[in-house]
Design a protein around this ligand. Structure first.
Ligand SMILES: C[S@@+](CC[C@H](N)C(=O)[O-])C[C@H]1O[C@@H](n2cnc3c(N)ncnc32)[C@H](O)[C@@H]1O
Length: 339
């Protein structure tokens, strides 16, 4: 079908596609085509960045069909195993598949791309591994690497789930924490990843300093890129062990502890690094039935260390398994102590 598009050199294609997307000028009803050395990008404008629009024959993007299952060719008996949802990070999709569907991973990835034109590539997600919580990814459809820019709460965040941890599902929680930050606060994120908490906080609040710490050396590049992309000047990126690092930092008004498998093991170090008027945001995966005993045990353990504290708020962020959930706890020092 003849549609309006711009012809750009292949080397500039990805950058211009992304910019068009952000400006709302990409015509999502049609797929990007190619022609010799050029890429044909369907647009909703007459010219873009010096490229005049022309007419070219491009394929429809199948936007009419919104369920990829209707387009994918797998044996009927496996159809019920097709995943119901996918994680989208920037312009890549991450999908988990049952073993029986693995031979059809390319067909599934391509079907998903057909119904979601803003997805550049689909990766098979082998799960999160190791202390850096990075993903084992295999590209099954599309182009490019797993490095991408995710837009969240108006902030642009460069990430690569195969090198660093990033969870797009925490956007609401990051906004909540950012909304609590008062002018001039000192904020420490002990397990920062690519610094999404710090980035959203710096964009939406006016802290005096944010210290983003992570053990994974790959995080430094992404943290610095995210500072650059969001014009942040008051964040310090620190690669190292959080427990050792916090002791040497200025006392904080707010400390974020997003290492949900075991952040509570570091709570004493966090409380020692916190001002008496400060708040810790601690994230923890646990059995729902253990919630009360976790609160009591944690408070007792901290009191024994001379660090009395209280839980001032808690919320269940998401279900982790049939019996477990991820919880967010806001914790404050309690009374006069050795803080
Ligand atoms: C669940 S991720 C959280 C990332 C980030 N807060 C987010 O929301 O995307 C936990 C991070 O803690 C880091 N980590 C693990 N042990 C650490 C330690 N002892 N000190 C500092 N960072 C650590 C991992 O590399 C990983 O990036």
């Amino acid at each position: 079908m003849m549609v309006r598009c711009i012809r750009v050199p292949r080397s500039e294609g990805e950058g211009i596609r992304r910019a068009l997307m952000e400006d709302g000028l990409l015509d999502l009803d049609f797929r990007i085509g190619s022609d010799g050395d050029g890429i044909l990008i369907p647009v909703r404008c007459d010219a873009y960045r010096g490229y005049a629009a022309e007419e070219a024959d491009l394929r429809p993007s199948n936007r009419g069909e919104t369920d990829y299952k209707a387009l994918v060719d797998v044996p009927e008996e496996l159809r019920e195993l097709l995943p119901k949802s996918f994680d989208v990070v920037g312009d890549i999709a991450l999908m988990k598949l049952e073993d029986a569907l693995l031979p059809y991973r390319t067909a599934i990835g391509e079907a998903l791309m057909k119904v979601t034109p803003n997805i550049r590539a689909v990766f098979l997600d082998g799960g999160v591994k190791g202390e850096f919580r990075i993903r084992d990814l295999e590209k099954v459809a599309g182009t490019g690497t797993s490095e991408t820019i995710h837009v969240e709460s108006g902030a642009r965040m460069k990430t690569d789930p195969s090198k660093v941890y990033f969870n797009p599902r925490l956007a609401t929680e990051r906004e909540r924490v950012a909304s609590l930050v008062a002018d001039g606060e000192v904020v420490i994120d002990m397990f920062a990843g690519v610094a999404p908490f710090g980035t959203v906080i710096c964009r939406h609040a006016r802290p005096s300093a944010v210290y983003s710490i992570d053990l994974n050396p790959e995080c430094e590049y992404f943290m610095r890129e995210n500072m650059r992309l969001n014009r942040i000047g008051n964040m310090e990126c620190i690669i190292g062990d959080a427990e050792e690092t916090v002791a040497g930092l200025p006392k904080a008004d707010r400390i974020i502890m997003n290492l949900p498998q075991m952040a509570d093991r570091f709570l004493a170090s966090a409380l020692r690094a916190l001002k008496p008027s400060g708040t810790v945001h601690l994230y923890k995966i646990m059995e729902r039935a253990d919630l009360e005993s976790f609160r009591e045990e944690t408070a007792r353990r901290m009191a024994d260390e001379g660090l009395p504290m209280r839980f001032v708020r808690e919320s269940e962020l998401k279900t982790y398994s049939p019996t477990m959930s991820v919880y967010a706890f806001d914790i404050c020092p309690d009374g006069v102590s050795s803080f």
